[in-house]
Design a protein around this ligand. Sequence first.
Ligand code: ADP
Ligand code: 5GP
Length: 191
Amino acid sequence: MTRGKLIVVSAPSGAGKTTIVKAILAKYPSLLFSVSATTRPIRAGEVDGKDYFFLSRAEFERRISIGQLVEWEEIYGNLYGTLRTEVDKALSVGKTMVFDIDVKGALSIKRHYPADSVLIFIRPPSFDVLRSRLSNRRTEDEATLTRRLDRVPMELQMQDQFDFQVVNDDLQTAIGEVEAIITKHVNLVPP
Ligand code: ADP
Ligand code: 5GP
């Protein structure tokens, strides 16, 4: 059986990683997406079990205590984590899985699966562009927007530990660069 890879995409909030990951998944149906668990409230348009498994904090903590999470982090006051069942789903059948997780979670995946993971950091062209994308997305109030932006310096500092960095200025160019990185590492059925 060929081994699949764990493609981990991280970025500061608002840099465009979800948009890029969704475009790649739509193009390559053989790729799996790791559906994370989170305690944050569901956003308009999100689907429970598809975008995230939306859990109460008590349920999330119960799952940590019984070892169901490969990694988890508290981010912007909510818990987010990768479920062991998701990773096993990919590795047991040799499929490639894409992760949209934060920088610390990405490095945890690398520590757990050093030979199988490829880490890609998506960078915004500038801090001002990042702020305006996040604000235009209209998912955050002023307090949570500030909280997300406060984390950016730490996130940018960690980008050197990633295998690849892609600047998301023009969206189609960034999607093409991420696609090229993935197809260099795994054989995908051509679209
Ligand atoms: P993230 O998942 O990194 O938080 P999103 O994918 O939600 O970011 O993107 C944040 C916002 O920026 C969204 O409204 C998205 O449509 C927009 N966006 C993403 N990439 C670009 C780009 N290259 N140019 C302009 N807007 C973009
Ligand atoms: P959002 O609330 O915008 O969907 O996500 C906030 C942050 O949590 C993003 O950086 C996202 O990548 C990250 N995130 C989502 N799922 C996970 C996960 O399973 N583990 C970790 N460590 N971070 C995650």
